[in-house]
Design a protein around this ligand. Structure first.
Ligand code: ZN
Length: 322
């Protein structure tokens, strides 16, 4: 850093860029202005896992965001993790599991269907050396837009053209049921439409599996419903290595694992979501299992420990080698 700054200063000086007053010009230390590619590799047994960032959305905390909790208390919880007052930051991080035989993407982000600070999974994967055509399987945890819209770009093309799409049977049964769509409250109809758009003409080719079954060799689907009717976690096991992709059993765990009784409006069945949250966090804490959360801060993987009435989330140690 020091070297490059000196080099820049020398270059600026020789180019006559120092102002007559002797004060260095602003160009002496140009700002980077962009983030590094958002991917992070780690091993799970013999598998290689890549956390892949899709981006983030910052917005005002919607009134009544957490059922039965005053908005001011919710705002305070976000302030405690460094989010500006009254705002909620929602970050999106999928994972890729390379089993050595297959490249498996779990959840897809938005592609170009979301806001300007989202849709980066494909480019971040490319930066990690994986082209969209290299993805063999896409698994989905559930069918909320931030998890499925990245299957297809706005122009309708499949983002991962060679990938087989495999989904939890219970999630498929709920969202693909026309009667349920017809009976859905207005606020949910857009989600039903997004599901139909995401699968589109390829719906007939989507493979389904039950909880307790392997979704691909080495990755088993775990019942984790409540957030949605078929919300599914993935138990990834290789040798003595284990990682559970827990999707949205919490939104940001630094807020919601800490307070497992809080029920954000995203949880479709609040009581079941709370029961699932506690059951899985309790198991992970007891057995010290590494978890990947879709909405944790990047790289969104780490451990939980019992703390007070909830669970403290500790990011896994990032290292420069894997
Ligand atoms: Zn989500």
């Amino acid at each position: 850093m020091e070297m490059s700054r000196r080099t820049l200063l020398a270059a600026a000086a020789s180019a006559g860029a120092l102002a007559a007053t002797g004060a260095p010009s602003m160009a002496a230390a140009p700002l980077g202005g962009a983030q590094a590619p958002g991917f992070s590799r780690f091993k799970v047994g013999d598998f290689e896992v890549i956390a892949v960032h899709d981006g983030m959305a910052m917005r005002d905390i919607p009134p009544g965001f957490v059922r039965s909790v005053p908005d001011a208390e919710v705002a305070k919880a976000y302030e405690e993790i460094g989010v500006a007052s009254g705002k909620m930051a929602n970050t999106f991080t999928a994972i890729v599991v390379n089993t050595g035989k297959q490249v498996v993407l779990i959840d897809t982000g938005f592609a170009d269907n979301g806001g300007p600070t989202t849709g980066r999974i494909a480019s971040n994967l490319q930066a990690a050396g994986i082209a969209p055509k290299d993805v063999d399987v896409v698994l989905l945890s559930h069918f909320h837009g931030d998890h499925i819209m990245g299957l297809r770009s706005k122009d309708g093309a499949l983002v991962y053209p060679n990938a087989e799409i495999r989904v939890p049977e219970a999630e498929w049964a709920f969202w693909m049921d026309d009667a349920k769509m017809g009976a859905a409250p207005e606020g949910l109809k857009g989600n039903f439409a997004a599901v139909r758009k995401a699968f589109g003409a390829d719906a007939g080719k989507v493979a389904r599996f039950a909880w307790g079954k392997e979704a691909v060799p080495g990755i088993t689907a775990m019942q984790a419903d409540g957030h949605t009717p078929g919300h599914t976690a993935y138990d990834i096991v290789s040798g003595s290595g284990r990682l559970i992709f827990v999707g949205d059993i919490t939104n940001n765990p630094s807020v919601f694992a800490r307070r497992p009784d809080w029920s954000p409006v995203f949880d479709m069945d609040p009581q079941q979501a709370i029961a699932t949250r506690k059951r899985m966090l309790d198991m992970a804490a007891a057995d010290n299992i590494q978890l990947s959360f879709y909405h944790a801060g990047f790289p969104a993987t780490g451990f939980v420990a019992k703390s007070g009435d909830g669970y403290a989330f500790q990011q896994a140690l990032w290292t420069g080698s894997i």
